[in-house]
Design a protein. Structure first.
Length: 645
């Protein structure tokens, strides 16, 4: 990387930032060499406890068995809400910006407290207890945040299911963690379109006999069917309960939430995070990475259905007493200026979004950006997938007018909070690099044999010691947690990503090395899409891979072998695409379906995905070794019939 691509910290920014380069170095070294002292001090600064801990860190990292802040007692909701009431009851906690630009609503910490207490009381009244799992399937409205915090308040474990998931996907998630209550809305509205949330829940619940309670927020005026005794309107229920509710005393290691995510094999995994460690990592990373100062208006454009929304719309900002913007809409509705209009309207100072949104907006030209002021912005962030240097430069030059540093934050559902990222105003930037590890994060790159690569190089990215928000378990299947993350390289947490480290020690995330693909920042397991396809009666076999896509980052390419005698047709292609949308959700729809009478398999029957990936990417002149294929002619046929885009 030539030095001309380095964007040094602007001295003016550095003069305002919370710490300087030497401060980062000092804190980083302490966090690695003496984690107990470091994290003990940070916990005292960032969190309020009802009872102190007896030991900061204990357990065995290599077995995914760690405990942070043993014996400490606290409540995450209390930390995000009640703790701020003495100083900031009248401060805006949430700014809700509706899908329709005419709809917005500020919610103070006082309002938030009352709303959360009421919903917590409703949950209690309906029999929800500490440790119970509650499914939240909501649009981006304030009640989604209330729902998460109300669960945390009473010690229930929330499992937020993204509002784009299909009834089947909701059902699987409800059953896997035995959620017995659901919080939803009658409908959602996004980009002017209505989403039938309650209908989807009803379909899911047809196969979830244990669900005894559904609380329904009235987002639109549409009537929806109600099951007597099971379903209640949110607005009726909260009117009938008290607006005070004591926060349950929770152990530091009591579960806070489950969030399902896709892996390379099998069903999605319920990643479980616990209370103190998760909250601390969310709060400290929010503060230092985004150089958060009192008075900032922070906007993370993610959905609360994904981990980014959990950590940087809800828990991180609110734990720090910040003002967090909740956006119901999409970047291009009513027009392609929407993001920037919202920034002007609410004087957003820190904006955090995904590369896919930037690439989509970039393709529409500079005019929609330049039609707005954006003078309030002082800092930009990126998350979810590698940001290509072109998109980075556009974000930096056009959106931020060369005034705002960009923090490219690398992390995962399993890590709970950002792991590799610049600190704004501290770290010199290189477009496309997530730069340096955050406090407490010790990454290494390993070669195929598991040897540590020193200095500059490329390898599989692992983390070598525990950090407070590390995944604690896969709900109901601890062995799966050990097998997935702690077995490939014994003693290390394996991220599933590969990365490059340059001569300055900067990390450049390359991408997944497993069968997970990242489509528009949505993480999808190719195995899940394959399982959906083979449920279709006309499909005999399917193999799914990702291929590079200008806007989405990656897109879905499905090779489908039809049952004997079934005719190939465009109509069937469409039917299969719709079928996958129905099984998982519209965001998992294959972009391309190629009918493939045969798939490249080894003699032992294993599909050689490497070859399929190359064909999908149109890199067919370099297929590598095909000599182990049972029938090499299959490859010729696949190339000949390759779907031309
Ligand atoms: C990818 C999202 C490059 C990566 C927070 C990771 C990134 C997966 C970045 C996790 C980034 C996330 N640069 N790649 N800044 N951030 N990824 O669980 O492959 O939805 O393993 O968490 O997204 O996706 P997840």
């Amino acid at each position: 990387m030539s030095q001309s691509h380095v964007y040094p910290v602007n001295p003016e920014q550095a003069s305002h930032s919370l710490i300087d380069k030497a401060g980062y170095q000092r804190m980083y070294e302490q966090s690695i060499n003496d984690p107990e002292t470091f994290w003990g001090e940070q916990a005292e600064q960032f969190l309020g406890f009802f009872q102190p801990w007896s030991k900061v860190l204990s357990g065995d990292f290599s077995k995914a068995d760690v405990s942070w802040f043993k014996d400490a007692k606290l409540n995450a909701c209390w930390n995000c809400v009640d703790r701020h009431l003495p100083q900031r009851a009248d401060q805006t906690a949430l700014i809700w910006e509706g899908d329709d630009p005419a709809d917005s609503l500020p919610i103070t910490y006082r309002d938030l407290h009352l709303a959360v207490c009421r919903l917590a009381n409703v949950l209690k009244q309906r029999g929800v207890k500490k440790g119970d799992r509650v499914c939240i399937y909501m649009p981006m409205i304030p009640e989604a945040v209330y729902a998460m915090l109300a669960c945390a308040r009473i010690g229930a474990i929330h499992s937020v299911v993204f509002g784009g998931f299909s009834p089947d996907a909701i059902k699987d998630r409800i059953l896997d963690s035995d959620c017995q209550s659901v919080i939803t809305a009658n409908q959602g509205i996004r980009g002017g379109k209505v989403i039938a949330l309650k209908d989807n829940v009803d379909k899911a619940l047809a196969n979830c006999p244990n669900v005894h309670s559904v609380i329904v927020v009235k987002r639109t005026n549409a009537e929806v069917s109600f099951k007597q005794g099971r379903d209640v309107w949110y607005h009726d229920a909260i009117d009938q309960v008290d607006d005070q509710c004591a926060a349950e005393v929770m152990d530091a290691e009591d579960p806070l939430f489950i969030l399902y995510t896709s892996g390379s094999t099998g069903k999605p995994k319920g990643v479980l995070h616990t209370t103190a460690g998760y909250l601390l990592s969310a709060a400290i990373s929010h503060k230092y990475i985004f150089d958060y100062h009192e008075g900032d208006v922070f906007w993370c454009s993610a959905d609360v259905g994904w981990v980014t929304g959990h950590s940087y719309i809800v828990y991180g900002p609110l734990c720090n007493g910040a003002t967090s913007l909740v956006f119901e809409g999409v970047p291009t509705y009513p027009d392609a200026s929407r993001f920037w209009q919202v920034i002007d309207k609410h004087q957003v100072t820190i904006f955090y979004t995904a590369p896919t949104a930037l690439r989509a907006l970039m393709s529409m030209g500079n005019e929609p950006v330049q039609a707005t002021s954006r003078q309030s912005l002082r800092l930009l962030g990126s998350v979810g997938e590698p940001i290509n240097p072109e998109a980075w430069e556009w974000y930096y030059n056009v959106v931020g007018e060369q005034r705002c540093p960009i923090v490219d934050t690398w992390w995962q559902t399993e890590t709970g909070a950002s792991m590799i990222s610049p600190l704004a105003g501290v770290t010199d930037l290189k477009p496309g690099s997530a730069t340096l590890p955050f406090f407490g994060v010790k990454p290494e790159l390993l070669d195929a044999d598991g040897n540590i690569i020193t200095g500059a190089g490329k390898g599989n990215l692992v983390i070598t010691q525990s950090w407070p928000s590390q995944i604690r378990t896969v709900f109901g299947d601890h062995q799966r947690c050990v097998d997935t993350y702690f077995t490939a390289y014994p003693g290390y947490y394996f991220t599933g990503d590969s990365a490059r480290r340059d001569e300055d020690g900067y990390y450049w995330i390359i991408g997944r090395v497993d069968d997970v693909i990242n489509v528009s920042g949505h993480r999808l397991g190719t195995a899940e899409i394959e399982s959906a396809l083979v449920l279709h009666p006309k499909v005999a076999e399917a193999a799914v891979v990702g291929f590079p896509h200008d806007i989405k980052g990656q897109a879905v390419y499905a090779y489908v072998t039809l049952m004997l005698g079934v005719e190939e047709s465009d109509a069937l292609r469409k039917e299969l695409v719709a079928f996958v949308a129905g099984e998982i959700g519209a965001f998992a729809r294959p972009d391309i379906i190629q009918f493939a009478p045969g798939l490249p398999k080894t003699r032992s029957g294993k599909i050689m995905r490497r070859i399929l990936r190359k064909i999908a990417a149109n890199e067919t002149d370099n297929l590598g070794d095909t000599s182990t294929l049972a029938d090499p002619s299959v490859v010729e046929q696949l190339i000949a019939n390759r779907h031309n885009r």
